[in-house]
Design a protein around this ligand. Structure first.
Ligand SMILES: [Zn+2]
Ligand SMILES: [Zn+2]
Length: 195
């Protein structure tokens, strides 16, 4: 695949459907379930944003630290690749989960992750409405990334899709068959970009 093709693919993966803006949702959830405590002078206490297209291991996170959230000191990030294909309740539930973390941290000023304060607030929100449910874990299907490489054995020419390149890796079946199971340079794998 050429570099231009790859650039085109990367652009195509970004859905043309506009993502739901998070701030109005944040303000509504803040009013409905946090008594307005997560907003001060009209400004959210934490930055809120969608991830870029690469964050695919989790649906969302909250973090605090110097320089985080463009200097705001904390941020909530929701995963675009995980949440984009799912119904809007998933976005709402994930945002609400991360808002509970922000509330525990910035309003209650307690150091806990999914501790008693978090769980009590989560239970209260789940009991108060039936539009979405917040859970301790984000149980959403994580999109499977297609393997980026094909490993090709110099000896048997067998082609195996793989996610990462490993230096000096050799073909297991050739090493077993011809070299008593020991690594041998004649069975080194080389890598080609997957189609
Ligand atoms: Zn959490
Ligand atoms: Zn081989």
């Amino acid at each position: 695949m050429s570099l231009t093709d790859r650039g085109r693919m990367a652009r195509l993966r970004i859905s043309p459907v506009p993502l739901q803006p998070l701030l109005p949702l944040f303000h509504r959830l803040n009013r409905e379930h946090f008594s307005g405590a997560l907003v001060c002078c009209g400004q959210p206490l934490t930055a809120v944003r969608w991830s870029d297209g690469r964050m695919s291991r989790t649906a969302g996170y909250y973090r605090r630290g110097p320089g985080v959230g463009e200097g705001r000191g904390s941020e909530i990030v929701l995963s675009r690749p995980v949440l984009e294909p799912l119904p809007q309740e998933a976005t709402e539930s994930t945002l609400c989960h991360e808002m509970i973390h922000a509330w525990v941290d910035l309003v209650q000023r307690r150091r806990e992750s999914h501790g008693p304060l978090f769980r009590a607030q989560m239970a209260a929100i789940n009991a108060a409405q039936s539009r979405f449910q917040v859970s301790v874990r984000h149980n959403y299907p994580i999109p499977v990334r297609p393997p980026r490489w094909v490993a090709v054995c110099a000896s048997c020419q067998r082609r195996t899709p793989c996610r990462r390149r490993i230096r000096h890796a050799a073909c297991r079946s050739c090493c077993n068959q011809h070299h008593g199971g020991r690594w041998h340079p004649s069975c080194l794998l080389h890598y080609e970009p997957a189609e």
